[in-house]
Design a protein around this ligand. Structure first.
Ligand SMILES: *[C@@H]1O[C@H](CO)[C@@H](O)[C@H](O)[C@H]1NC(C)=O
Ligand SMILES: *[C@@H]1O[C@H](CO)[C@@H](O)[C@H](O)[C@H]1NC(C)=O
Length: 559
């Protein structure tokens, strides 16, 4: 082909642009900076959704150093963070690290010596010799840089003012004007941190203040100071998302229904919410789990979840459970919270990474049972819990996904998996939500059909696998969500038995069984029968059975 000169120039400039674009795509952590588009967090350049799947990493306690550096090299911890499936870290910091020079300039060694932590010092010397004699603020920067090298995004979270464990109503760090919480100092701290990390491309957001709380809290001051803080951060570093926490330990944001949060800039505002089991005391273990999931889920939507419908991103920036699996209150809550987080397709950050603390609340080496990592930071605490949680990495909706007609996926929060076909006509099993078919739930027919196929879901017999069938008029093809949680999918068999969709725990096969724990029982856990129909517009990847389809000898394809 013969090219004219101007065409060639044009071609070259396109080429240059493309090259630049490719380079910027493969830079530290892809797709940055971030911005917002309605309720979605997106790559500012491509406009595509970037779903935050973060883990919290504590760095705000008395010694002011990211936990675990006495146990493992920074790079090893960062490697684990991404191999566990997280793409980002919410890294905490205390205001004084940014505003008190005599604190920020203490070396790591000096900071630990103040608390007599000789063993931790030896551990840091062995695992991270390059940081032991540098100032605390440089060590914080080294952790952020280490995360950047590992392509992990960072949200700088101002957790407290005075370095210490958080959070109590009366700890002096709860609200503007509390003993340690001087609003002017806070603004100065935010400005300094925003400025300091301006050049770090992997720093994508700043959480302005963790869990506002305590006797001084009020909406007027919340608006006044949070708006000022947001403006201060944005003028110092216009690239970062500005993330705003609500009142009552970041569980209440409902006042935003009636009073707007006004800013001079747009495209960067995100709200954050926290959700734990203990917010509702022991309700989860003392009452029926369907009932509790019903009212607690409604509360969450009224207090904060509504924001996504109003066009704001909502970041579930703290949630988590005792990973030993022995806290029934936590276990039941988690299944419900995962169903809601999948339904609303929220960005999220798990509490927490660090398996132990150098020094927390007066205890040396305190074990953290809410952590994904064990106390030596060299392995998982509970792979089952991690799998459930990281299933939420999957984006169900949002700009730039390869899209199809809206449909449903059938999410099973107790495992974090979705209902998938093992071959063209079944059986059905649990698998990655990315392998889900496009299910369609008809509110008129009450049928669950698979788009592009003649199949619908049928119960057939109690204790047997659920079936795919072409006869979608049978009584056992009519499904309805039942119970206060709406999470049990129920139908009636030809023999007139009421049944619910269930999972055969050994085979991971989708079966039907008698419905259990529907409303009265508080002693039993219905979560094996919990399935959430999650709205999705994401083009389904062909299920694993499609590979079998091109292998004509495969038994799975009898019809
Ligand atoms: C600054 O930090 C140092 C070292 O931790 C501490 O002794 C001092 O009280 C702090 N100053 C203020 C004003 O908080
Ligand atoms: C992991 O948590 C599950 C509950 O989700 C529990 O049944 C299991 O025993 C836990 N495993 C370990 C190793 O703690």
């Amino acid at each position: 082909m013969k090219m004219g000169r101007s065409f060639l120039l044009h071609f070259l400039s396109v080429l240059t642009f493309t090259t630049f674009f490719l380079v910027s795509q493969t830079g530290p952590a892809t797709g940055l900076p971030l911005a917002t588009n309605s309720r979605w967090i997106v790559n500012e350049i491509s406009g595509k959704r970037v779903k935050l799947a973060c883990v919290n990493w504590v760095s705000h306690l008395e010694v002011v150093l990211a936990e675990g550096l006495n146990k493992q090299p920074i790079d090893a911890i960062v490697g684990r963070i991404s191999s566990m499936g997280f793409n980002c870290v919410r890294l905490t910091w205390p205001v004084y690290l940014a505003t008190n020079n005599s604190l920020a300039s203490l070396t790591v060694r000096q900071s630990f010596q103040r608390f007599g932590l000789a063993e931790a010092i030896a551990g840091i010397e062995a695992n991270n010799p390059s940081i032991i004699d540098i100032p605390l603020i440089k060590a914080y920067q080294a952790v952020v840089a280490g995360l950047g090298k590992g392509k992990v995004m960072v949200i700088l979270d101002n957790h407290v003012s005075n370095p210490s464990w958080c959070c109590h109503n009366t700890d002096g760090n709860g609200f503007f004007g509390d003993k340690y919480f001087d609003p002017e100092q806070w603004i100065e701290g935010l400005t300094r941190m925003a400025t300091l990390f301006k050049g770090h491309r992997n720093v994508v957001g700043m959480s302005l203040r963790n869990e506002l709380r305590g006797p001084r809290q009020n909406e007027d001051d919340w608006y006044k100071y949070m708006q000022r803080g947001a403006e201060a951060v944005h003028s110092a570093n216009p690239n970062v998302l500005v993330i705003i926490s609500g009142l009552h330990f970041d569980t209440h944001l409902s006042y935003l229904r009636n009073r707007a949060f006004r800013l001079t800039f747009s495209g960067k505002l995100v709200f954050e919410v926290h959700w734990y089991s203990f917010i509702d005391g022991k309700a989860w273990e003392s009452e029926n789990a369907n009932k509790v999931c019903g009212w607690v889920g409604d509360n969450m939507k009224t207090q904060s979840g509504f924001l996504v419908k109003k066009g704001f991103p909502l970041f579930l920036s703290e949630f988590g459970v005792d990973e030993r699996g022995t806290n029934e209150n936590d276990n039941r809550y988690l299944n419900c919270a995962l169903a809601v987080a999948a339904e609303l397709d929220l960005d999220w950050a798990l509490w927490t990474l660090a398996g132990s603390y150098y020094f927390r609340e007066g205890v040396v080496g305190l074990d953290e049972v809410y952590a994904v990592l064990n106390k030596d930071f060299n392995g998982l605490r509970n792979a089952t819990v991690l799998h459930k949680i990281t299933s939420l990495r999957h984006s169900f909706q949002g700009p730039g996904l390869s899209t199809s007609r809206s449909h449903k996926v059938i999410f099973h929060p107790a495992t974090g998996d979705c209902v998938v076909r093992k071959s063209q006509s079944g059986p059905l099993a649990l698998g990655p939500c990315s392998s889900s078919d496009a299910w369609h739930y008809s509110h008129y027919e009450n049928t669950l059909t698979i788009r592009g196929t003649p199949f619908c879901l049928r119960a057939q017999e109690v204790g047997k696998p659920a079936q795919l069938s072409k006869d979608c008029t049978a009584v056992d093809s009519k499904w309805k969500p039942i119970s206060d949680s709406n999470l049990q999918l129920s139908t009636t068999t030809g023999k007139n038995d009421t049944v619910c969709l269930d999972v055969d725990s050994s085979a991971n096969e989708v079966v039907v069984n008698a419905c259990y724990c529907v409303s009265e029982d508080s002693w039993c856990d219905p979560s094996r029968q919990w399935f959430k129909l999650v709205y999705s517009t994401r083009k389904p990847k062909a299920g694993s059975f499609s590979k079998m389809m091109i292998t004509p000898t495969n038994d799975g394809l009898a019809d």
